[in-house]
Design a protein around this ligand. Sequence first.
Ligand SMILES: NC(=O)c1ccc[n+]([C@@H]2O[C@H](COP(=O)([O-])OP(=O)(O)OC[C@H]3O[C@@H](n4cnc5c(N)ncnc54)[C@H](OP(=O)(O)O)[C@@H]3O)[C@@H](O)[C@H]2O)c1
Length: 269
Amino acid sequence: MSGALLIVGCGKMGSALLDGWLNQGRDPNSIHIVEPTEELAVGLRSRQTNVYASFEELPDSLSPSVVLLAVKPQVMEAVVKPYKEYKGAGTVFLSIAAGKTIKFFENILGSDAGIVRTMPNTPAAVGRGITVAYANAPVNAEQKEECQTLLEAVGDVAWIGDEDLMDGVVAVSGSGPAYVFYLTEALAAAGVKAGLPEGLAQQLARATVSGAGELQYQSTEEISQLRINVTSPGGTTAAALEVLMGEDGLQPVMDRAILAAAQRSKDLA
Ligand SMILES: NC(=O)c1ccc[n+]([C@@H]2O[C@H](COP(=O)([O-])OP(=O)(O)OC[C@H]3O[C@@H](n4cnc5c(N)ncnc54)[C@H](OP(=O)(O)O)[C@@H]3O)[C@@H](O)[C@H]2O)c1
């Protein structure tokens, strides 16, 4: 069974990737999943994938080309150990665990194991994530390509050549969706203070953030140009941007927020 994919932990993120792979047209029978939560396992079995409650149940003949490590970071060390058995030229370990470094995995699997460390984000659940990936030396070009294809199933992929950049990546795209949700909350709350009924303020804020997000996603123009396009001199947008872009506006707050997240990422690693 070479060329098979093995998912270790199929919760929120693992199942987002699985959905993407099945949508890509992967044969469900080539996908093997270790997931101990029975109610998740039932749903996975109904999709014709091979599901096991533990490592011990996996078939001896299995030789996966990719082992996706998608359990929570705090249990990763204990969970990964037995999977060392799959180490070899034909297998790459693909981790999506926040804060778990290449060194962490090399300490368990050995420095000759092919390991790709990634940072996805939650819009992966709707196929619109961005995943940043870093590979250690044993990973060859073909394996990188295979990982790229697997990760593209849930959105865009960017590779970095310096693992130290991961702290900034975590701070911007990993944690970023929460900032956008908070921006939506703040916009709605400000709308209420401006006299709008709460329900309407929330509806407007949500639709505006989603719509503007879609517009910048589809557009090839610079983001700053999109902003300029909707800002008439002396108009209402200009009045608000004067505040948001002022010395004590959004930028210094965002700078502090990103630095705090990057520092926490360093501390946790
Ligand atoms: N969710 C996100 O937004 C996000 C974003 C970026 C990266 N990530 C990373 O993605 C990884 C998974 O996160 P998640 O949110 O998808 O977590 P999750 O929903 O809790 O999924 C993890 C799954 O792994 C299962 N599991 C526990 N022990 C296992 C074992 N020994 N073998 C196989 N499976 C086991 C868990 O079952 P039990 O619940 O029964 O323990 C759970 O169903 C994490 O490392 C996280 O850092 C997540």
